[in-house]
Design a protein around this ligand. Structure first.
Ligand code: GLP
Length: 261
């Protein structure tokens, strides 16, 4: 796992956008894994800026979402498919039909989850998966206790996650759905490159477990320690509990330029 400490989200966004731009340059029909939440927003803004400047095209790209709330109406602004359209896919040239997410409105939940796994596999798998991390160490919506080998399925959100996400629902906990469909940890681990971004002191404990803790279903993101190509980009506050922070800084400063992320 590579740990990169940067001054702030703007610098992090530049590095992640560099990696995505380079991927689309060498593979224009690349499969992107998209996350919602506030962490990737600066990355999406930077990608839109580059698209508008003619520096990158998503015309042949495909994209898969990590997760979706169960039961939010098709036109609900917090439905993740609508969120991602507002934040990224509706602002660049990726065709609408090339963006897929788990169907949180389907009646047959297991069938919807299986269909989603098949769609990802049929696309050849995800080339680069963007991830945020919850304060309880979840990635996508794989809450503590999730099977480290899980695939797309229905999950119950923890109270902590619902409290964290209430800010997107007028601060009203009752409006936050109780269930979601989420790619499993096994699904996420099948992506070729994992890129996780986190900023702020409220993420420091989760980042400490992710990078330096034991692999455990209690901190689901720790499964990333088993991934051959995982990059974690954080600011100083999110890195504040890392024992080897100086080593990570030194390693990045002396990294050969040709390596990229
Ligand atoms: C949400 C999402 C995750 C996201 C995480 C952190 O619940 N399902 O994909 O990474 O929580 O969100 P944020 O980036 O807003 O802190």
């Amino acid at each position: 796992m590579e740990l990169i400490i940067q001054p702030g989200e703007r610098q992090i966004a530049t590095l992640v956008a560099d990696a995505i731009t380079a991927l689309l340059d060498r593979k224009p029909d690349a499969v992107l894994g998209l996350a919602t939440g506030s962490s990737p927003l600066a990355v999406y803004d930077e990608l839109v800026r580059r698209y508008e400047a003619g520096q990158v095209s998503f015309a042949r790209a495909r994209a898969f979402m990590l997760d979706e709330y169960v039961g939010l109406a098709a036109d609900h602004p917090q439905r993740y498919r609508n969120v991602i359209k507002t934040e990224l896919t509706g602002r660049v040239d990726i065709p609408a039909e090339a963006v897929q997410g788990p169907d949180g409105l389907g009646e047959d939940v297991p069938a919807a989850c299986a269909a989603y796994e098949q769609a990802i596999a049929a696309a050849g798998g995800v080339d680069l998966q963007i991830l945020g991390i919850g304060t309880d160490g979840h990635i996508a919506f794989n809450e503590p206790g999730s099977s480290l080998a899980s695939r797309t399925r229905i999950k119950t959100l923890t109270r902590q996650t619902r409290v964290d996400n209430a800010r997107f629902f007028d601060g009203d906990l009752d409006q936050v759905p109780t269930h979601c469909l989420t790619q499993g940890l096994g699904t996420i681990m099948s992506a070729k490159h994992l890129v996780l971004v986190a900023t702020g002191g409220h993420k420091a404990e989760a980042i400490q477990h992710l990078v330096e803790g034991s692999v455990s279903a209690m901190w689901p993101a720790t499964i990333m320690q088993h991934h051959p190509h995982a990059t974690v980009l954080v600011d100083g506050a999110a890195a504040s509990r890392l024992e080897l922070a100086d080593y990570y800084r030194e390693t990045y400063e002396t990294k050969p330029a040709w390596q990229g992320l």
